[in-house]
Each structure stands twice: as C-alpha cells, then as structure tokens.
Ligand binder design. Sequence first.
Ligand SMILES: Nc1ncnc2c1ncn2[C@@H]1O[C@H](COP(=O)(O)OP(=O)(O)O)[C@@H](O)[C@H]1O
Ligand SMILES: [Mg+2]
Length: 228
Amino acid sequence: MMLLEIAGLETFYGRSQALFGVDFAMDEGEVVALMGRNGMGKTTTIRSLCRLTPCRSGAVRFRGKNLEGLKPHRVARLGIGLVPEGRRCFGNLSVMENLLVAATPGPWTLDRVNRLFPRLAERRNQMSNTLSGGEQQMLAVGRALMTNPALLILDEATEGLAPVIRQEIWAAISMLKTEGQSILIVDKTLKELLKVVDRCTILERGKSVWTGEPSALSDDIRDRYLGV
Ligand SMILES: Nc1ncnc2c1ncn2[C@@H]1O[C@H](COP(=O)(O)OP(=O)(O)O)[C@@H](O)[C@H]1O
Ligand SMILES: [Mg+2]
C-alpha cells in the first residue's frame, strides 16, 4: 500500500481554479519534492491534501484511507505533520509549551527534539514570538515531529533564513531521512533539495507535468519548468 496517493486533484479559491489535475504518489520512507515556479500550486496541493482547502474533485488517499470529508485536525491525527509556509507557532506560548501541546506518543519526545535542535533547549522558557525567524522555523519543525507523523510535510522551511540556520535545517532533514521518515518537501534551494530527495514531481499551472528521480532532471526540464 502506498503512503500517499493523490489523483486528479482540482482545487478552487472561490471561483478561481488553482489546481487542474495533480497526480503523484509516495511510498513509506520516501522523500519526495514538489517543485515548480512560484504560483504553480505547490502550497495549494499541500493545503488540499491536509484538507485546509478541500479539493473540488480528485482523491487523496493516505495509507489507503480516502481523506474526503475529514476536517484538518482529523487528517493531522491520522499522521500527517505539516510545517506550513510562513511557520506559524503560538506566539504567546513558550518554546517548551509549543512543543508539548503537539505531543503524541511515539519516538519523538521533547528530549529528542531538543537534541535535534539544541537552540530550542536553550530557549525553552522564551515566548515563541521573541525567537528569531530561524528559531521559529526549528520550532515549527519540532512541533510537527512531536506529533510523530507518518508523513512530514515541509513547505518552504528554509525560506528567508540565514545560511547557517538553513544548514541546520537541511542536516535535520537528512538525519530524518536516514531514520526512514517519509517527507514531502517544497523548497527553492535546488542544490540542497536534490541531494536529499528520492523523487520529484513538478507542477506547472496547477498540473503535475513531470515525475522522476533527481538524476533524470535534465537541463531542458529545469529550463522549461523551474526557470533555472
Ligand atoms: N488564498 C488564495 N486565494 C486566491 N488565490 C490563491 C490563494 N492562494 C493561492 N492562490 C492562487 O493559486 C495559485 C497557486 O498558488 P500556490 O499554491 O500558493 O503556489 P506555490 O505554492 O506553488 O507558489 C496561484 O495562482 C495563486 O495566486
Ligand atoms: Mg507556496
């Protein structure tokens, strides 16, 4: 059974159609990139699969279960941990409280998250709205891990961060990969992204147009769909 199967996804914002047929699937333990230029539908695909912006047609199956009709918190409870674009934490909670409210039994505990991101341990009693952007991003990843997700989704998790912080996030991602964590990633840093992913799906104007391994991503395809 596949971990995640997305077929024929069409999603609208009011009357405006954003997705015109997105298809891709991932296996347990795979790390998959969702790629494409700005505005091509990456975030909308993620929001649709988490049912934050439900699709109008098409299907999302997670471990064989159709997610149709589920509320986002139910999807989260099935084992999908989202680090959304723009890293939202509860600003009026401390770092430790932010992590603890997300806790679900499993291998990821407060201790382990603190070992992964020692900066979070140093700042454990600080209100999260006083953290730097990079620390907030680590907290957002830490919170998602505290839910012990079967699938971790990272939407632009390194966007706008200082280079050293980006490196810490990428190091955490490769560590998670070696532990067999399934991850769906959107990120603009192609060099780092292609080092860590097993497969890529490219979106163009709300449609999936190419799927393959990073080694098959030719200059022609990069040129046509990624603008690099
Ligand atoms: N909240 C929204 N309301 C209306 N249109 C939106 C909204 N969010 C995104 N869109 C539109 O949907 C399309 C896909 O956007 P998005 O999924 O955010 O792309 P990406 O994440 O690939 O940059 C774009 O045309 C964008 O303008
Ligand atoms: Mg986006």
